[in-house]
Design a protein around this ligand. Structure first.
Ligand code: SF4
Length: 431
């Protein structure tokens, strides 16, 4: 029996692509192995978002060259670096057998059979075979509903690496969610780079309609989605969230900056005012919502005044969670033409001030749970203390708690919160 190994970097979309690749190979009779030394086929599913992604891939490929000298092994580079670098990978590392972009994940068998070395187009038919997915979690299913992105944020490489938006048919997504529930998954997470830009190519149904339809499938205990774009938040999306108790009260809505001037340079398609208005609309309908966001600090041309606007926006929204990064130029992005990033030491200082502000806001929020009993979905033993269980609240906080270790994964338990840790809550299951 032939064997394969997949190394995965990056976001959930990449993780899901790995599940698709793995499922496809298993259908073809391959067996997955945990060591690349034991594999006949090695796939590197790469990500280009993080710093030095390309160097990491090439240094990994350098090691694989030795393996290839020793024995017959097929090496494929997939994911966003594959899409971005294309045939440059084959030139620099000619021992690589094929380079395949995210648009061709559903066509791996054809790439292998036809011996294609470069597959970085975006075929109209993405060949999304959900029944062949090799899901890793027994209780949770990721479901892609839209691939690619039509926005052109100047700092982002996704429109180049993942192509234009292609939404999957509504009925297909609902059928996949049903099949996932039938296979025991109680938590569904809908995925897309701009998940809420979803529009069914057949019926025109929008994201709100899809959310409602999936939430109403019997057996869907919790429904989440990521990543939303602030300019695509619609009334139907908000009402679906309000009207379905099993849709998580958590919304990740990347703002990137609190300054309209910087947002314009980023081409984010909203202003500070518009973003705040959107947040207010959501909060009016779902008052207990947990907002989280992404922020880029030190974007080219960001002044102290712009940064102060970011701080005041964080304060005004009161994000429970926040992911902030220093701007780092990405090859092939339009931001490279906008100008140099803010001086490194200034950007470092801004990042520290931002984290300090957010620490206080997060702490207040976490402390507000003390003494409350909240429903928690059990995900498994706690990473830090295997004698405890770990799970998530409806609004996506991690809770580590004392409870019956034989509790089936995916169950919902009432947990009394006793204390707030740095990022998590702690408590005890109650009857
Ligand atoms: S909306 Fe998101 S994925 Fe699309 S270009 Fe902007 S940052 Fe990139």
């Amino acid at each position: 029996m032939k064997t394969f190994f997949i190394e995965t970097w990056g976001c959930q979309m990449n993780e899901l692509d790995t599940q698709r690749l793995s499922g496809n190979l298993k259908l073809r009779g391959y067996k997955r192995v945990d060591e690349e030394a034991n594999a006949d086929l090695i796939l590197l599913n790469t990500c280009s978002v993080r710093d030095k992604a390309e160097q990491k891939v090439f240094s990994h490929l350098g090691r694989l060259r030795e393996l290839k000298r020793e024995r017959d092994v097929t090496i494929g580079v997939c994911g966003c670096v594959a899409q971005q670098e294309g045939k440059r990978i084959l030139e620099r590392a000619p021992w690589v057998d094929f380079v395949m972009g995210p648009g061709n994940v559903g066509h791996l068998d054809a790439v292998l059979e036809e011996g294609r070395r470069l597959a970085i187009d975006f075929p109209e038919d993405r060949n999304y075979d959900y029944l062949a997915l090799d899901r890793t979690s027994p209780t949770k299913a990721w479901i892609t509903i839209i691939e690619g992105c039509n926005k052109n944020c100047t700092f982002c490489i996704v429109p180049t690496t993942r192509g234009r938006e292609v939404s999957r048919p509504f009925d297909d997504v609902v059928a996949e969610a049903r099949a996932a529930v039938e296979s025991g998954r109680v938590e569904i997470e809908l995925l897309g780079q701009t998940v809420n830009a979803y529009r069914c190519p057949v019926t025109g149904n929008d994201f709100g309609a899809l959310l409602g339809a999936v939430a109403e499938i019997e057996g869907v205990v919790r429904l989440r989605f990521t990543t939303s774009h602030p300019a695509e938040v619609s009334d139907s999306m908000i009402s679906a969230m309000r009207d379905h108790a099993n849709i998580s009260r958590y919304l990740h809505l990347p703002v990137q900056s609190g300054s309209s001037r910087v947002l314009r340079r980023m081409k984010r398609l909203y202003t500070r005012e518009k973003y705040l208005e959107t947040m207010a609309r959501i909060r009016k309908e779902i008052p207990d919502i947990h907002f989280s966001t992404d922020i880029i600090v030190g974007f080219p041309g960001e002044t102290e005044e712009d940064f102060q606007e970011t701080l005041s926006l964080i304060e005004e929204v009161g994000y429970g969670s926040l992911f902030a990064f220093k701007y780092s130029p990405r090859p092939g992005t339009p931001a490279l033409r906008i100008g140099a990033a803010v001086d490194e030491s200034i950007a470092d200082d801004r990042l520290q001030r931002l984290f300090a502000l957010h620490e206080r806001i997060k702490r207040e929020r976490l402390e507000s749970y003390r003494g409350r009993v909240v429903p928690v979905m059990v995900e498994g033993p706690s990473k830090h203390d295997p004698a405890m269980l770990s799970g998530r609240t409806d609004d996506y906080w991690v809770v580590n708690f004392h409870g019956d270790p034989s509790t089936p994964l995916g169950s919902i338990l009432g947990v009394r919160i006793d204390s707030a840790q740095h990022h998590t809550l702690r408590g005890e299951a109650v009857a």
